[in-house]
Design a protein around this ligand. Structure first.
Ligand code: ZN
Length: 257
């Protein structure tokens, strides 16, 4: 904001007003006050300051314990001649889930699981610190409203996610099919969560996303290293300003595994 303010102050008033409007409309991080403050993701979380609320509406997770999934690389620079080598922070490895293999309900409202994917380092931070990996399980209701479950992953005991992380498809290679995948083991059936309203963390950064972060979990160090080797410079968006949003959590939610 300092840069914007300086350039505005250097101009006659009428011109300054025009330029300020253009700048504010062009950058979601500077969205104008008349349109409301931006509510973007990810955010930094301070567990000591999070309001713990008993009896929040339960997030009920209904995932299959045996389903085929397909893993593919999400490429955003396919038109570039060296697009198969360049890693963009908008790219990831994504796991497509079969229709009906997973859904969640909250407040009696159903959201179907579409896909899950990973970011390194984690996008959400706890007291300013990243986990090495974060998994996003993306759900959508019948009106295409999004609900994302985020799971920060630290090195430790292995998880079902290792079956994906240790066998990732190349950027321009074939997708990989994994049979009998245990989706249900990725998230507890009634997880303690932290909740807030935010956005997609990749273009077009659409707001109105319901975010639920579970207590962080573990996956094998080998799985984390394998994903990191595909994205040596990372594929995560920096944290965004909270702007007085309400962040609440179940009393049992914790910021570390
Ligand atoms: Zn994501």
């Amino acid at each position: 904001m300092n840069v914007a303010r300086r350039s505005v102050l250097g101009l006659p008033l009428a011109a300054a007003g025009t330029i300020a409007t253009v700048r504010l409309l062009g950058d979601p991080a500077l969205a104008s006050t008349s349109a409301g403050v931006p509510h973007q993701s990810p955010i930094d979380i301070h567990p000591a300051d999070v309001r713990r609320v008993a009896n929040l509406p339960a997030l009920k997770v209904h995932y299959s314990s045996s389903t085929p999934v397909r893993v593919h690389y999400v490429q955003k620079d396919g038109s570039d001649s060296d697009g198969c080598q360049i890693r963009s922070d908008q790219e990831t490895e994504e796991v497509e889930v079969a229709d009906g293999a997973g859904h969640v309900t909250v407040d009696g409202h159903r959201y179907d699981l579409l896909q899950f994917h990973f970011h390194t380092r984690s996008e959400h931070t706890i007291d300013g610190r990243h986990a090495p990996l974060e998994m996003h399980l993306v759900h959508q209701d019948s009106e295409e409203r999004k609900l994302v479950i985020g799971v920060l992953l630290h090195p430790g005991a292995s998880s079902e996610a290792d079956r994906i992380l240790t066998e990732l498809p190349d950027e321009c290679g074939d997708e990989i099919e994994v049979d009998d995948f245990d989706l249900a083991s990725l998230v507890p059936a009634r997880p303690a969560t932290l909740r807030y309203r935010g956005s997609l963390t990749t273009d077009p950064y659409t707001e109105g996303v319901r975010w639920f972060l579970t207590t962080p979990q573990t996956t094998s160090a080998a799985g984390i290293k394998a994903f990191r080797s595909v994205f040596p410079d990372g594929d995560s968006r920096p944290t965004q300003k909270l702007h007085h949003r309400r962040v609440v959590a179940d009393p049992e939610w914790r910021g570390r595994p």
